[in-house]
Design a protein around this ligand. Structure first.
Ligand code: ADP
Ligand code: MG
Length: 271
């Protein structure tokens, strides 16, 4: 049953923050699974050579598996590389293998090096999967892979960990997004800030939350993702927290966040 609005246009959302360990991958897979659970078609592009999103979605990513690497090289289509997630029949993932690790360097000498993922996502083959949402999980850097993700997307979602130095480095990320806007992708915008790993027992978490809301206003989702052991355990079982422990706070919070994202998308297009 479809309880969430289907977007009128395919939404391509890049999940970026050059800091590692802030919840990019965790947010990508759980938001994607949340939208898919409501009947929407979702495609995740794993753009981190670590392949953590592929793991969490239960998708094969051994070296040699058809992956986003061959897609960037233009050898195969997104549809050829996409594998169905064990989590949901309408959730697909283009995996990343360790082969992607060399691509930051290999891309440098390629033609149209910043636009290769965009080209792949624009191709007719993607329509076979008819994704309502495409989430792109970025590596923890601002290199050519992240630039490809920013060029390919309409929206950026920035996860921010409720920790010391939460806002540090964000200026650099925002400047890079502006550079991509002015030279390569004018319609790109930061649509969503998601606060993650919130620990209600600490005063610091509330300070960070207040600071982020002060800075980003309504771009920050009302839903905040709590720090939860269930969330961190799920990938070890090749699962998202939505199937690993459906009733848990972590699962509910990602479902709430997915709902907010879906509802805001509609408000915007009908505003
Ligand atoms: P990134 O992709 O930004 O590097 P991850 O999503 O991989 O970050 O998260 C970093 C680590 O923190 C992982 O071990 C993950 O399981 C854990 N983690 C992420 N979100 C939460 C959370 N809400 N509660 C507890 N652990 C979390
Ligand atoms: Mg990651």
């Amino acid at each position: 049953t479809l309880e969430l609005p289907r977007p009128t246009h395919r939404r391509i959302i890049t999940v970026a923050n050059q800091k590692g360990g802030v919840g990019k991958t965790t947010s990508t897979v759980n938001l994607a699974a949340g939208l898919a659970l409501h009947g929407l078609n979702v495609l995740v592009i794993d753009l981190d050579p670590q392949g953590n999103a592929s793991t969490a979605l239960g998708v094969e990513h051994r070296s040699g598996t058809p992956s986003v690497y061959e897609v960037l090289l233009g050898e195969i289509s997104v549809a050829d590389a996409a594998a169905q997630s064990t989590q949901s029949k309408n959730l697909w993932c283009v995996p990343a293998t360790i082969d992607l690790a060399g691509s930051e360097i290999e891309l440098v000498t390629m033609v149209a090096r910043e636009g290769r993922l965009k080209e792949a996502l624009n191709s007719e083959a993607v329509n076979q999967l008819a994704p309502d949402y495409v989430f792109i999980d970025c590596p923890p850097s601002l290199g050519l892979l992240t630039v490809n993700a920013l060029v390919a997307a309409h929206e950026v979602l920035i996860p921010i960990q409720c920790e010391y130095y939460a806002l540090e480095g964000l200026g650099q990320l925002l400047r890079n997004i502006e550079l991509v806007q002015s030279h390569l992708n004018p319609s790109l915008w930061v649509s969503t800030i998601l606060l993650t790993m919130y620990d209600g027992r600490t005063k610091l978490a509330d300070q960070v939350t207040a600071e982020v809301r002060g800075h980003f206003g309504d771009l920050a989702l009302r839903t905040v993702i709590p720090r939860s052991v269930k969330i961190s355990e799920a990938p070890g079982f090749g699962q998202t927290v939505l199937t690993y422990d459906p009733g848990s706070r972590g699962s509910m919070s990602y479902l709430d966040a997915a709902r907010e994202i879906a509802e805001r998308g509609v408000e915007r297009t009908t505003a």
